[in-house]
Design a protein around this ligand. Sequence first.
Ligand SMILES: [Zn+2]
Length: 99
Amino acid sequence: MLENPKWEAFRRDVLSAKGATCEECGSTYGLQVHHPYYRRGCDPWQYKTSEVRVLCREHHMTAEKLEDSALLAFWAAYCRHGFKFLQNSIVSNITTARE
Ligand SMILES: [Zn+2]
């Protein structure tokens, strides 16, 4: 997928729109485009530049780990409280992440 020309063009647009530095530490090395969430049926380049983040390799990995643990916490709460928990939660971001 990384060689997909559409993805390459999107990545270039994001870096020029948001600045080619890590949003966490300002690093200009090893920059990657991070999706905080995914939408069903959307290709990775079909997002607004404001929806994605520019992160260095290290902060990209940290961000993915944090989101994985948020997802685990969500499912743990869902198992304990069932459907009631779902009704009381804003879950749109979490449920569309990682499929
Ligand atoms: Zn960084």
